[in-house]
Design a protein around this ligand. Sequence first.
Ligand code: PLP
Length: 427
Amino acid sequence: MKLEKSIELYTKGKKNLVGAVNSPVRAFKSVGGVPIFIDKAKGSKIYDVDGNEYVDMVLSYGPMILGHRNSVVEKTIKKYLKRGYTFGASTKGEIILAKMVCDVFPGMDKVRFVNSGTEAVLSAIRLARAYTGKNKIIKFAGCYHGHSDSLLVAAGSGLATLSIPGSKGVPDEAVKNTLIAEFNNIKSVERHLKKDDVAAIIIEPIAGNMGVIQPSSKFIKELNELAKANDVLLIADEVMTGFRSKFGGAQELLGFQADITCLGKVVGGGFPVGAYGARNEIMEMVAPLGDMYQAGTLSGNPIAMACGIATLKELKKQDPYSDFEKTAAFLEREMKTAAKENGVDLQVNRFGSMINPFFTKTRVVDFKTAQTSDTDKFKTFFWKMMENGVFLPPSQFESWFLATAMTKRDIYKVRSAIQVAMKAVAD
Ligand code: PLP
């Protein structure tokens, strides 16, 4: 596999960029070797600067659900680029996207657009505290909610990949109100709810940042009941799952309604957009209607709104969710068959268009069991997949994603790569 130009850029990049990247997972630290540098992408394919072509299952960690440069979306972006890039005043696009989002999530009467998933979640936490007058937050080990101080505890993928328990620079006071529960373990939530002062429970309803982990339906049902019974707000972090698990996100798929919903990734179609929304009485706490302050120079950016609107319209039209399910089921079968043939211990977790393997005998239901995966085996698997033309997230603890642009041919290419990679794991 030729990587000379990536190596050259990596060497140059390290001078003025930290680790030559702008987000740690891109450094390929847990899989070793040199991170690839991307030249371009189109549809289901992504190309690095050395001209290697890959079927893209990273999809920018989720946003590119239609694949790259969908023609309808691109046409819309070009049209809006001609009108200016940012105005510091409101535009019609914000109203259109807000209505589209609120129509899809029944728990949302109003929404506020921000620039990232991190911003959406940290604002949602501030809002929950403002609304309830309480301070403590329950989060689940292994769930990632962005890099704001109070949520960088037991935060899954990025930290787990680098084996960092939390982050330096986060003062104890910033996390003293963050209580950690175990995913799929309702008793661990009940224990924390005995304390008063709990404002909210925040969850990735389908976890994607410790690898993919499905919630049991009993767990989700009981979590909703517990939140209501204790006057605690339930925050669904659907930054990854919104418009991906189903058009109405994990909430539609799992059949529940959160008090506050956080969105990101797909809602901006590849531009920096995050959002948080809730029913009127909660959202009316937010400035300028209320006293909870939150703002942003580029929030509701007109190009980003146009891209989000076009992406959601196209996604709704294509309605890919049952196809995603079939493709993910196919990949699960193929991975399990290849593992069996090669005597490799393997679990495959998937939900909707999110899927990933764990190299372990143990059934993976939470962060602890996710960490039983043999990350050396993942490393071997990862590089063989790359050599065979499939771009995967360079971490055991990230989900792979599907896009509507993926063809049968792409899927068969992924299958062939899996067969080679699983054999390499066994050798
Ligand atoms: N919440 C979840 C569930 C995520 O997966 C992520 C990012 O991967 C975030 C929040 C943070 O989003 P961003 O990286 O856009 O800040």
